[in-house]
Design a protein around this ligand. Structure first.
Ligand code: NAP
Length: 245
């Protein structure tokens, strides 16, 4: 990853933080995007620099087109065009479908799917022109299997599959690739609202008998971001401990 520039959305904490630090340790220049976690973004940059890497923190709400365009400018000023875009920023607003408000539906679609649209379009030329350009979208096992109380999130995450396959076809006219990573249940703040008893039931159904660590997901993203994955495109890589076996 030496000299490659990677933009990771929502990377001040959680899975995105794990991805940013993993790519930084491998020698990439990293744009640590955040929306509200400014202090954590600064810490992520320091951690990457402590390991000898280069990073900047860039604030942008991924649903705000102008803010994403400003982030691209910051990336270009610091490192030049991006080789890799990881669309990781995501959110949930869980509730049973009959009680789901239009706002709960729209906000989840807007961040998980709309944010991916804006960031991909803004960084499209960078990824297209890069010698080994990579688009990596973070979906979820929930996009494949559905999940009680997550109709909005499941719709957004499964929407990423069709989106990724289509962009993969279009990027294939150059030499760049697009893939999805679909993590299973991963130890981050996102699971904080899930009751312990529900988590125990989930773990009981995972063949590898544990939740994912952020590093489990980051390592797979690291492979897809590297030149080793040149001939992999349009795929969904499950990182879920065998949940669908
Ligand atoms: P998390 O700990 O809740 O972190 C969410 C991240 O997304 C934060 O960095 C947050 O930034 C960022 N974000 C949210 N809305 C944003 C916006 N509008 N603009 C920019 N950034 C925004 O979540 P996580 O568990 O790390 O999840 C990361 C990704 O993995 C998500 O796409 C999620 O759907 C997916 N995923 C998670 C799991 C899981 O079990 N944890 C499983 C499968 C897939 P700020 O803090 O700066 O606001």
């Amino acid at each position: 990853m030496e000299g490659r520039t990677c933009v990771v959305t929502g990377s001040a904490r959680g899975i995105g933080r794990g991805i940013a630090e993993h790519l930084g340790r491998k020698g990439a220049n990293v744009v640590v995007n955040y929306r509200s976690s400014e202090e954590a973004a600064r810490e992520a940059v320091e951690t990457i620099e402590d390991h000898g890497g280069r990073a900047i923190a860039a604030r942008a709400d991924v649903t705000d087109r102008e803010a994403v365009e400003a982030m691209r400018e910051r990336c270009h000023e610091a490192f030049g065009p991006a080789d890799v875009l990881v669309n990781n920023a995501g959110m949930t607003a869980d509730t049973q479908f009959v009680e789901m408000s239009p706002e709960e539906w729209e906000s989840v679609l807007e961040v998980n799917l709309g944010g991916t649209f804006h960031c991909t379009q803004v960084f499209y030329d960078d990824v297209w022109n890069a010698p080994e350009g990579r688009l990596i979208n973070i979906s979820s096992v929930v996009g494949k299997q559905g999940n009680f109380g997550q109709a909005n999130y499941a719709a957004a995450k499964s929407g990423l599959f069709g989106f990724t396959r289509t962009i993969a076809l279009e990027l294939a006219q150059g030499s760049s690739t697009a893939n999805c990573v679909a993590p299973g249940f991963t130890k981050t703040d996102m699971l904080e609202s899930v009751p312990e008893t529900v988590l125990e039931r989930i773990v009981a159904e995972i063949p590898l008998e544990r939740l994912a660590e952020v590093e489990d997901v980051a390592a797979v993203v690291g492979f897809l971001a590297s030149e080793d994955s040149s001939y992999v495109t349009g795929e969904v890589i499950d990182v879920n401990g065998g949940m669908d076996l």
